[in-house]
Design a protein around this ligand. Structure first.
Ligand code: PLP
Length: 419
């Protein structure tokens, strides 16, 4: 029995149940992944005990000599991985990273262009209840109705008309590669700064498989826990001239003490992402997404933009007479986790939209490949076509559990989690 188990059995039981859920099911949420054991060890270390307000060499607390080494390594590795002038590794989340850029580049009331939430954008790209939408005048751009790819004519037109101070590129639910050079050109023409939020595809950029925003953008933000496969957190990179502003706006601007245990996990993650094995991982994420997309298309399902270039796809489940809510619940019933999602020009509501979003980063981290993706696609289609067929859903769940035995989740298989 370990300490947690004996001291706090309620929490222990819930963690163990979650470990089993991760091991026995198929995680297809596009923004999730499984970290390595090394990342988890760093994130679960004694560093959680340490206060370190400030930055390496300039702290407001004593005893920071070791955390200084860790944060400096994290910064150097991030800069080298992405070729950036400056990196701030302290944002507690992707949302904090974005907020710090807004505080650096904008004054309240300034105009910003961002991708519409309903067409693949993120809450922090101007949703009206989010602080981004409350403090700034966000104007939304979208995708083309025909091909469902970013509509650069519209973006250029909006930029000319509204003269934004900042253009935000990047998305949470966009299945195609984003051409950063086109955003940079539009930003240049209208005198705006460019921020690229590469939270979803940062791992593909690190692997050299998606064009990098760093040469084109004034600011690049990301989360570290999606395709990048690190601990939950954020990262900002920027051109040299914005270094002071970004640092000041993270601390003391919107945060106090940095999470040094998470920063250590980020450093380990950046180290891992610079290895050749990570390039192979990134390629496999894309190959798997394409195999899954082809299988779903072959089963008669419609995909937004007709397919994928990256780690995710959006499936229009109205083609099988379902809404996203029932589709998500049906797949959950078989042990497949996805999230319901709006699709471009959706006529349904956000709480029961027309689509589901599916991504391959997590399954790829378990070592699954194209063969497994074809099986997964087959199970998804079978379940969605007969959501009422309980015995078939149970059969699928059993097959999934069986397959999952051959693909252990890194940390969910620790001996203490065994039944
Ligand atoms: N930016 C994008 C594009 C995202 O998809 C997300 C998270 O889903 C975020 C920012 C925010 O990250 P966090 O949940 O860490 O605040």
């Amino acid at each position: 029995m370990n300490q947690l188990q004996s001291q706090d059995p309620e929490i222990w039981q819930a963690i163990r149940a979650e470990a089993r859920r991760q091991q026995e099911g198929l995680e297809l949420i596009a923004s999730e992944n499984y970290t390595s054991l090394a990342v988890m060890e760093a994130a679960g270390s004694v560093l959680t005990n340490k206060y370190a307000e400030g930055y390496p060499g300039r702290r407001y607390y004593g005893g920071c000599e070791h955390v200084d080494v860790i944060e400096s390594l994290a910064i150097d590795r991030a800069k080298s991985l992405f070729g950036a002038d400056h990196a701030n590794v302290q944002p507690h989340s992707g949302s904090q990273a974005n907020m710090a850029v807004y505080l650096t580049a904008l004054e309240p009331g300034d105009t910003v262009l961002g991708l519409d939430l309903a067409q693949g954008g993120h809450l922090t790209h101007g949703m009206k209840l989010n602080i981004s939408g409350r403090l700034y005048n966000f104007i939304s751009y979208g995708v083309d109705r025909q091909n469902q790819r970013l509509d650069f004519d519209q973006i250029a037109k909006l930029a000319k008309e509204h003269k934004p101070k900042l253009i935000v590129a990047g998305a949470s639910a966009y299945p195609r590669e984003i051409p950063h050079d086109r955003f940079a050109e539009i930003a240049r023409d209208c005198g705006a700064k460019l921020m690229v939020d590469m939270a979803h595809y940062a791992g593909l950029v690190a692997a050299g498989l998606h064009n990098s925003p760093v040469p084109f953008a004034d600011f690049v933000t990301t989360t570290t826990h999606k395709t990048l496969r690190g601990p939950r957190g954020g990262l900002i990179m920027c051109r040299e001239e914005y270094t002071k502003g970004i640092n000041r706006n993270i601390f003391p601007g919107i945060q106090g003490g940095p999470l040094m245990h998470v920063i250590a996990g980020k450093a380990v993650c950046f180290g891992e992402a610079s290895q050749d094995a990570f390039k192979a991982y990134g390629q496999s994420v894309i190959d798997n997404a394409q195999a899954l997309a082809e299988t779903l298309l072959g089963e008669g399902l419609r995909l937004v933009s007709g397919g994928t270039d990256n780690h995710l796809m959006l499936v229009d489940v109205t083609a099988v007479d379902l809404g996203g809510k029932v589709a998500e619940a049906t797949l959950e019933r078989c042990g497949i986790t996805v999230n319901m999602n709006m699709i471009p020009f959706d006529e349904r509501k956000p709480m029961d939209p027309s689509g589901i979003r599916i991504g391959t980063p997590a399954l790829t981290s378990r070592g699954m490949g194209v063969t497994e993706m074809k099986r997964v696609g087959g199970w998804i289609a079978k379940a969605l076509k007969s959501p009422q067929n309980e015995s078939q859903l149970t059969e699928i769940q059993n097959e999934i559990r069986e397959m999952c035995k051959s693909f252990p989740v890194p940390a969910a298989n620790a001996p203490e989690y065994s039944p």
